[in-house]
Design a protein. Structure first.
Length: 343
């Protein structure tokens, strides 16, 4: 798949848009985009209401970008890889947005790694937008409003949107479920660690990248062979990898530091996306993700309402304490709390 560059993409004439912030985002104003994402992340009711207006207004102008999810253990070089990829794409005339998800500070809930400072060259490009956001304890290593942020970046006409996860192994299915391609980064000296890795994580990956391959080419080749063996075993057990529809997941050796392998990675990504668009699985994946997203929001809203309910709050602590001390069965406790909620 050859993604159109920003200049090549046919401009969609905006409808009668009255919201000034939405107009600014649609015009590609990065400052306005940052403000809109801040509104999304705010917990203040008036900010949430304004964010919904902006998002609903811009929704018809979304859906034209390639969404990449990048995951891997800390130290694998996710930020360096993303910067190298981003610089390559920008040089080719594309616009790149990076939603870098940081672990949250236990003090104030804010980001603590500062990914923007670790992508200094990409951050100064006029064709790039980097937004670090705190995970705020959300499972899956992504921020609570990442999905909505993706849509805003698409409305701002970014061609490629990269979601960088914390990479702590909580639930890679979260980022895989909101992106078009899920990329898993590995180290060349992973060694026996591969044996302990859950096969399911690798099977989620559309592309596996062995980063820092220049540090030890022999080790990089060895780990590539090991990963391929794990994937073959998974296919033999009746749980085939899904990437190319043939049970073969591309494994690419890359040196983000030197740029070696970046072009090969991008070619694999484009080929995979082209195949999915041709067989219709791309559109199906996007539809399924939208429905899952809807139900996730419903569940989250219901849980929040449940926890705020006065009758539930009055007995919640003692009820949970009774369960933890085996004085009350979980099913009985849940039924009691639900009866209070619906009464």
């Amino acid at each position: 798949m050859a993604l159109p560059s920003s200049a090549e993409r046919a401009a969609t004439p905006p409808d009668l848009i009255e919201d000034e912030l939405a107009l600014q985002v649609l015009a590609g104003d990065r400052r306005a985009l940052a403000k809109a994402i801040t509104l999304l992340e705010s917990t203040r009711p008036e900010h949430q209401q304004r964010a919904r207006v902006v998002l609903d207004t811009l929704l018809p102008h979304t859906g034209q970008s390639l969404r990449l999810g990048i995951s891997g253990v800390p130290g694998v070089g996710k930020s360096t890889f993303i910067e190298a990829l981003g610089l390559s794409l920008v040089a080719g005339g594309r616009k790149v947005a990076v939603l870098a998800i940081d672990p949250s500070s236990t003090v104030n809930g804010g980001s603590i790694l500062g990914d923007k400072t670790r992508m200094e060259r990409l951050a100064v490009s006029d064709s790039a937008f980097i937004r670090p956001s705190p995970s705020s304890g959300t499972l899956g290593g992504v921020a609570e409003r990442t999905r909505e942020s993706i849509l805003l970046c698409e409305a701002a006409k970014f061609d490629v949107i990269v979601v960088e996860t914390v990479g702590v192994g909580q639930s890679e299915t979260t980022v895989a479920g909101m992106t078009d391609l899920f990329v898993l980064l590995q180290l060349p000296n992973a060694g026996d660690d591969l044996q302990a890795m859950k096969k399911g994580v690798m099977e989620l990956a559309d592309i596996i990248v062995v980063n820092k391959s220049d540090l030890d080419p022999i080790a990089a080749e060895r780990v590539e062979t090991q990963i391929a063996a794990v994937m073959r075993a998974a296919r033999a057990s009746g749980n085939p990898a899904h990437a190319l529809g043939t049970g073969v997941t591309p494994i690419v050796r890359v040196s983000a530091r030197t740029g070696e392998g970046i072009e090969s990675f991008w070619n694999h990504a484009c080929e995979l996306q082209s195949r999915r668009q041709a067989d219709g699985s791309f559109a199906t994946r996007r539809r399924d993700q939208a429905l899952t997203w809807t139900w996730d929001l419903v569940h989250a809203a219901l849980l929040a309402e449940f926890q705020r309910h006065p009758a539930v709050r009055n007995v919640l602590a003692q009820t949970l304490n009774a369960v933890s001390e085996s004085r009350l069965a979980p099913a009985t406790a849940a039924r009691h709390l639900l009866d209070l909620f619906v009464s």
